[in-house]
Design a binder for this molecule. Structure first.
Ligand code: NAD
Length: 250
């Protein structure tokens, strides 16, 4: 098993059809003890219980530093330390540039980007104390190609911010044995689109995907597993596309 005797915290892992919970399931199946950190506390507890009694479901608002600290304290009390952090929590909103108001801008930035900083800040000292660790951060193809899929320009900007932040953290914490990488998925079939993805939008998007289908949560979970495990021991500061060929770099 790839994560035997490892501990992992995954943010945004409570929603039933989401990437985070698919990742939690895969990590648990690979031997990890998993802490599910989510703003939906009840769903986090239920999701953790569905994985087994050794796992943890906790309230955590990634945009609130005190909430992140409290979650990290509870994780370390229960698990004794942390090996893997998956900065997965995020939200989106389909609006155009001229319609982005300040509240929406702040909300998208706070959860998608500032949340990555806050959660990393509370878990990195625990990894340093343990002599290393792996952090994987959720960006999006939207950051690379300037949106145009579902989320608005503020979402593209927030997810591009994640790429810069993660690469800088990779540079800063390599000396501590902490690797930091990103995933950039294309459109993955989860509930994040909140019923606003029409059949026509779906068909148009699939027409531009060489593999001819949208992604599944499991498609992304597999890449998170690769980044969390020793299979990627010499990989840091990397960005891994999970997009079916929707964007192929030159
Ligand atoms: P989802 O809506 O199923 O899951 C998001 C989870 O984040 C939910 O459990 C939600 O409760 C949680 N969350 C929201 N705000 C939070 C906060 N402040 N603190 C903690 N948790 C919070 O969506 P998903 O598609 O599984 O999205 C997971 C990540 O993948 C997001 O960062 C999203 O931007 C990113 N992503 C998704 C796609 C896609 O097409 N689905 C593509 C690229 C990137």
């Amino acid at each position: 098993m790839l994560l035997q005797n490892r501990t992992a915290a995954i943010s945004g892992a409570a929603s039933a059809r989401g990437i985070g919970l698919a990742t939690a399931r895969l990590f648990a199946a690979q031997g990890a003890r998993v802490a599910i950190l989510d703003i939906d506390e009840r769903a986090a507890r239920e999701a953790a219980a569905s994985l087994g009694p050794q796992h943890l479901g906790l309230f955590c608002d990634v945009a609130d530093k005190a909430s992140c600290q409290s979650a990290a304290d509870q994780v370390v009390a229960a698990f004794g330390g942390i090996d893997v952090l998956i900065n997965n929590a995020g939200i989106t909103q389909p609006v155009k540039t001229l319609d982005i108001d300040e509240v929406s801008w702040n909300r998208i930035q706070d959860i998608n980007t500032k949340g990555v900083l806050f959660l990393s800040q509370v878990f990195i000292p625990l990894m340093q104390a343990r002599g290393g660790g792996s952090i994987a951060c959720m960006s999006s193809v939207s950051a690379q190609r300037g949106g145009g899929i579902f989320g608005g320009p503020h979402y593209s900007a927030a997810k591009a911010g994640v790429l810069g932040l993660a690469k800088a953290m990779a540079r800063e914490f390599g000396k501590d044995g902490i690797r930091v990488n990103c995933v950039t998925p294309g459109l993955i079939e989860t509930d994040i689109t909140g019923g606003k993805l029409t059949e026509q939008m779906r068909a148009d998007i699939i027409a531009g995907i060489p593999l001819g289908r949208l992604g599944s949560a499991q498609d992304v979970a597999g890449i998170y597993l690769f980044l969390a495990s020793d299979l990627s021991a010499y990989v840091t500061g990397a960005v891994i596309d999970v997009n079916g060929g929707m964007l192929i770099h030159g």
